[in-house]
Design a protein around this ligand. Structure first.
Ligand SMILES: [Zn+2]
Ligand SMILES: [Zn+2]
Length: 397
């Protein structure tokens, strides 16, 4: 990316000031001098953020981002600026709020609220645009009197109140009022956030709590939190009653990464879950090991080496045998029921380990992942012989 601040008219002074700052010799400075400089810089950054948000609003409305074929201002920014997609989405959301609400734009420009306050307001105003327009002035007054942390709580409270009123008026005539936002993170987790009408909300919680009631308190182990039990119950609904996932999911894994070799081009060694995005190599290896999940072995960015069969290599008969034999996850002390466990290959299939009772065991996802993380020699390193090599080029299993 072009980092030349001076390339844009009017920004040469800024570029020069930043240059001096980066080269400043601070030897002999007192701790309080450091504190003062840090606070001053953060204040400058805040004003810079305010200017960026204002500009981004005008730019977004101009539609110039579409000129070179970008699908949205967010993709345009994520491809050209040092921003994650999520940060780009936050910037565009905040910029739109400012652009569409002159009172907010004025408060941000004069500094009575900060860019952080406006970002929090934009987040709270998502799906609540009408209510925000109505309460804009009051919210700005609240923001002016609170630091960003306290305003975050206030904005959430405001959103909750708006929803409570909206839901009361919504009744049956707005069946589209339910929303579920889903976002994938690189850590391999999905975040869900949503809003349900009161009847659906109660019905869902009643169903979830019936599926995963609290454990009897026997002192043997700490009770599960209600949040954890509800998540487990939701997954039971998704996967069918107590059974393993049936949804067709493919893990796309680089053949070299699978075998523990470092890809020549780091961009090539990626692993991802189709329809989700990148996941860590450990998680990809764990998912590929189970074989209940489809797997696509690739080399580089485009060559498909092995299109694994979606149908399970683990036959229902083998699965049943393991559930009877192991009963629970085989990790000592773990009591996750076998129906919930992955089938782990003791010698991985990509090292030509057979899928039979002697070479397989049941492991819960947590202990399965740990096994692949903790035993790098066995599961990652390629030996000098064929063991550990993924299927040869062009071979289709
Ligand atoms: Zn495994
Ligand atoms: Zn376990």
């Amino acid at each position: 990316m072009d980092s030349g601040v001076g390339a844009v008219p009017g920004l040469d002074d800024l570029g020069a000031a930043i240059g001096r700052l980066l080269g400043r010799d601070r030897t002999g400075w007192s701790g309080s001098a450091h504190s003062a400089e840090l606070l001053a810089l953060l204040a400058v950054r805040e004003r810079l953020d305010a200017a960026i948000v204002g500009l981004a609003g005008v730019w977004d409305a101009s539609g110039d981002w579409a000129a070179d074929g970008a699908r949205s201002p967010v993709t345009w920014l994520a491809q050209r600026a040092p921003l994650t997609r999520q940060d780009a989405a936050t910037l565009v959301r905040t910029a739109r709020l400012v652009h569409r609400h002159p009172e907010t734009a004025g408060a941000l420009a004069e500094g009575s609220v900060t860019a952080a306050h406006v970002g929090l307001a934009a987040r709270a105003a998502r799906d609540r645009a009408g209510a925000f327009a109505e309460h804009e002035v009051a919210l700005l007054a609240v923001a002016h009197g609170l630091d960003p942390s306290a305003f975050r709580v206030a904005a959430r409270h405001w959103a909750g109140c708006v929803d409570a009123v909206t839901d009361r008026h919504r009744g049956d005539e707005d069946p589209d009022g339910n929303v579920l936002h889903a976002a994938a993170t690189f850590g391999g987790a999905g975040h869900l956030e949503g809003r349900l009408d009161p009847v659906s909300y109660r019905a869902l919680l009643t169903r979830l709590d019936a599926l995963e009631p609290p454990d009897p308190v026997d002192g043997a182990r700490p009770p599960q939190t209600i949040a954890r039990r509800r998540a487990d119950a939701l997954l039971r609904l998704v996967h069918g009653d107590g059974r393993r996932p049936r949804a067709a999911v493919d893990v796309i894994i680089d053949a070299d990464t699978l075998a523990g070799r470092v890809a020549v081009d780091p961009g090539d060694g990626c692993c991802e879950l189709a329809g989700f995005g990148p996941v860590s190599p450990d998680l990809a290896r764990t998912l590929a090991c189970d074989a209940a999940i489809g797997r696509v072995l690739v080399r580089g960015r485009s060559e498909v080496v092995d299109l694994g069969r979606r149908t399970r290599m683990v036959s229902p008969a083998l699965r049943r045998l393991l559930e009877v034999r192991d009963r629970t996850c085989v990790e000592p002390g773990c009591d996750v029921p076998g129906t919930w466990c992955d089938v782990h290959h003791v010698v991985p299939w990509w090292a030509h380990g057979p899928t039979n009772p002697a070479n397989t065991e049941l492991r819960c996802r947590h202990h399965h992942l740990r096994r692949h993380r903790d035993d790098p020699v066995r599961f990652r390193r390629v030996g000098s012989g064929a063991r550990g090599d993924p299927p040869a080029r062009g071979k289709v299993s």
